[in-house]
Design a protein around this ligand. Structure first.
Ligand SMILES: [Zn+2]
Length: 92
């Protein structure tokens, strides 16, 4: 027979575990928020860096065609730089 004290003690244990998990969730959510903010800043840096690379690049152009359905190539020519990966779609 389970005594009232055992039941209460089981309940206290459960509540403690719930409290711990809530705290973990709270800290992890904050960690995720911080990581998102950090990533936004990194993405801005990446865009800026890519722009700088493309502005500085001597460009080594490669002509190609955009792949279309089932790997067939359409007559849509593109020009891209083999160094900085800049794409120029205005090529004829
Ligand atoms: Zn380039």
């Amino acid at each position: 027979m389970t005594s009232i004290n055992d039941l209460i003690s089981a309940k206290d244990e459960l509540m403690e575990k719930l409290k711990e998990n809530r705290n973990k969730i709270f800290f992890k959510q904050n960690e995720i928020k911080d990581l998102r903010v950090d990533n936004e800043a990194l993405e801005v840096k990446l865009v800026t860096l890519n722009k700088k690379i493309q502005d500085t690049c001597p460009h080594d152009w490669e002509h190609d065609f955009i792949d279309s359905l089932q790997g067939y190539k359409l007559a849509q020519p593109i020009k891209y730089c083999k160094i900085c990966e800049l794409t120029d779609l205005s090529v004829n």
